[in-house]
Design a protein around this ligand. Structure first.
Ligand code: GSH
Length: 217
């Protein structure tokens, strides 16, 4: 039996949950919580910084959400393609995965981290730099979407990376109104059943969001 260790409010945990839900892959979710220190012990031991999610498949342990998706595509495939068989097309999808992790998820986490480090008094320089990265990323992604079938129901590595990143990034630095394609794509992603499920299951934790969760989504 596959087991995924993580937290239902964690963006990178969503990234690994989305392909599991999209392919209706049987797995057990092992939540990180004070009631289950053994789950935390597995996560701490798995990788250099003990980050989550972590996937266990028998004796195999995989960490890093992208690697988990690559592993699922290889060993537990289903109707959602995740990665194309064509190597050139796969390179392109992996490149976009890096865009969402490095230029959306990372600055979003920096802003959230700053509010955890210094509640009510985040360093404006740190926030400003992270917002600038998000702004540039949003504008680039909005242009890229012009040639991407962004109203499709298909779930690939791109959607797995984009949905959690854009979900939380828009909470810390709202997507500018003029970036219509990007705002519509975010809304479309949140309507897909595998992603909707992550959003709904995380609702119970929204009061923990350090900046205060907006009353939407
Ligand atoms: N590069 C990692 C990042 C994972 C990550 O940042 N996870 C966060 C939760 S969303 C985490 O483990 N936070 C706790 C910590 O940093 O100790 C991945 O892609 O899986």
């Amino acid at each position: 039996m596959l087991a995924l260790y993580g937290h239902l409010f964690s963006s990178y945990t969503w990234k690994a949950l989305i392909p599991l839900y999209a392919n209706a892959t049987p797995f057990e979710f092992r939540a990180l919580s004070p009631e289950h220190p053994e789950h935390g012990a597995i996560v701490s031991a798995a990788s250099p910084l003990g980050k989550f999610p972590v996937l266990r498949d028998g004796e195999t342990t995989i960490f890093e959400a992208t690697a988990i998706i690559e592993y699922l595509a290889l060993h537990h495939p289903g109707p959602a393609p995740l990665l194309p068989a064509d190597p050139d097309a796969a390179v392109h999808i992996r490149m976009l995965d890096r865009v969402f992790d490095n230029y959306v998820m990372t600055p979003m986490q920096e802003i959230v981290g700053e509010h955890i480090r210094s509640p009510g008094m985040p360093d404006p320089a740190v926030e400003g730099r992270a917002r600038d990265v998000l702004d540039r990323a949003y504008r680039w992604i909005d242009s890229w979407l012009a040639d991407y079938p962004h109203q499709s129901e298909t779930i690939t590595l791109i959607e797995c990376a984009a949905a959690p990143a854009l979900f939380y990034a828009d909470w810390v630095y709202p997507i500018p109104m003029e970036l219509d394609r990007l705002r519509q794509w975010r809304a479309h992603l949140l309507s897909l059943p595998a992603i909707r499920r992550c959003v709904d299951d995380a609702r119970q934790f929204r009061h923990f969001f350090p900046l205060g969760a907006p009353d939407r989504d």
